[in-house]
Design a protein around this ligand. Structure first.
Ligand code: UDP
Length: 372
């Protein structure tokens, strides 16, 4: 290969940075990392504002994993605090816990009804079980049917319609299953072994992943400005449909946008994230200073709204899981093999709803697959 940089990574987010780091450190090979954005870290990007508050520009990112390899890998680049994410939802004017659990039952129902629902649930299901809402609906008992309908309506129906533009029936079951009904008193959003926020933020963590003599980073750089044949391997973390000039039609994505507001007060919300499954056009509100316990007399919040992705107008955030879209993706993947040196990864490259740890794991696995 006649190239100064035999390996190219497209995308400087967490997937691309993991791949570049592994190639640079384990293989001692040169890597060029490009990104069309003017910053590294992709949608994990964060920065400190004038108040000293760490802002997650593309919405709250909470790291959580049960995978020892991923945890060990990332801790080379950063420490994490012991923040364990909890989400409050406003249901019928009551601030309560999401995922819907036994504590939520106590918060939203009168004591006698809560007692009855709790004992009927424990008769039928094992304590600590997580039940996707689309399964939970199948109840014969009238009290449990009432509960299932209540949770569907008050937690999932409107939130999912705002987030995905369709009711829970219209989205892949795996999406709503991310936030199950949880037969527990554990109020945390995630139950993973390791959880936390990088102490100096995600951008610094990713900067350190990319800080290696073998790695060159070029921002504001489009993949189309390079000749991909110049590289022995191309690891592509961007959208496969765009890469192939949308020849089979566009893959759909959801996008989100944020309205930022600043207040002269210590805290605006009781919690880092409050979901509004019954009210407003936004899905949730983030208050960033909670994540690293930033001290400031002022605070910054971001109201999150969802919309469809439109090229040139907004950003891709979420692939939309489902059979039809997976088939279209597979068609693109098959066609992309006409170029033997290209490998796709990441939320966009794989068209998969990865959490950050799964994105890192995917990059680690692909590295092994290609080079070992
Ligand atoms: N969801 C919901 N109500 C909630 C929280 C989540 O209906 O209060 C559903 C919704 O469809 C959402 C999905 O569960 O898109 C996954 O939620 P999660 O918080 O995992 O989404 P993310 O943080 O990845 O945007």
């Amino acid at each position: 290969m006649s190239s100064e940089h035999p390996v190219l990574v497209i995308g400087a987010g967490i997937s691309g940075a993991t791949m570049a780091n592994l190639i640079a450190t384990k293989l001692d090979r040169k890597v060029l990392v490009i990104d069309r954005k003017d910053h590294i870290a992709g949608n994990c990007y964060d920065y400190r504002d004038d108040n000293g508050i760490m802002i997650h520009k593309y919405g709250s990112h909470i790291f959580h994993t049960s995978n020892d390899d991923v945890w060990r890998f990332l801790r080379q680049f950063t420490g994490f605090n012991t923040y364990m994410h909890k989400v409050i939802a406003l249901i019928d004017g009551i601030e309560t816990t999401i995922p819907f659990n036994f504590n939520t039952i106590r918060d939203v129902f009168p004591g006698e009804l809560a007692d009855r629902l709790e004992s009927k649930l424990l008769e039928k299901f094992q304590y600590n079980r997580k039940i996707p809402i689309m399964e939970f609906g199948n109840q014969d008992d009238p009290d449990l049917k009432f509960l299932a309908d209540y949770v569907y309506e008050k937690v999932f129906l409107h939130y999912t319609t705002k987030q995905w533009g369709t009711s829970p029936e219209g989205v892949d079951g795996a999406v709503t299953a991310r936030v199950p009904v949880y037969l527990s008193r554990d109020d945390r959003y995630f139950q993973d072994t390791y959880q936390g926020i990088p102490l100096e933020g995600y951008t610094t963590m990713i900067e350190r992943m990319l800080d290696h003599p073998n790695i060159e980073v070029s921002l504001n750089t489009e993949a189309s400005s390079l000749n991909l044949d110049d590289y022995e391997h191309v690891f592509h973390c961007g959208a496969i449909d765009e890469h192939m000039d949308y020849r089979f039609g566009a893959l759909p994505y959801r996008s989100v946008y944020f309205e930022f507001e600043e207040y002269d007060m210590e805290h605006y919300l009781p919690n880092a994230v409050v979901n509004y499954p019954c009210n407003y056009d936004f899905t949730r509100v983030h208050e960033y200073k909670y994540y690293l316990n930033d001290q400031s007399p002022r605070t910054v919040i971001a109201k999150e709204y969802s919309e469809f992705f439109e090229p040139g107008r907004n950003e891709r955030y979420y692939p939309i899981p489902g059979r039809e879209n997976t088939e279209l993706y597979d068609r693109y993947l098959e066609a992309s093999r006409e170029r033997s040196n290209i490998h796709f990864l990441g939320r966009l490259g794989d068209y998969r709803y990865y959490d950050m740890d799964k994105a890192v794991l995917r990059a680690m696995d692909l590295f092994e697959e290609v080079f070992e």
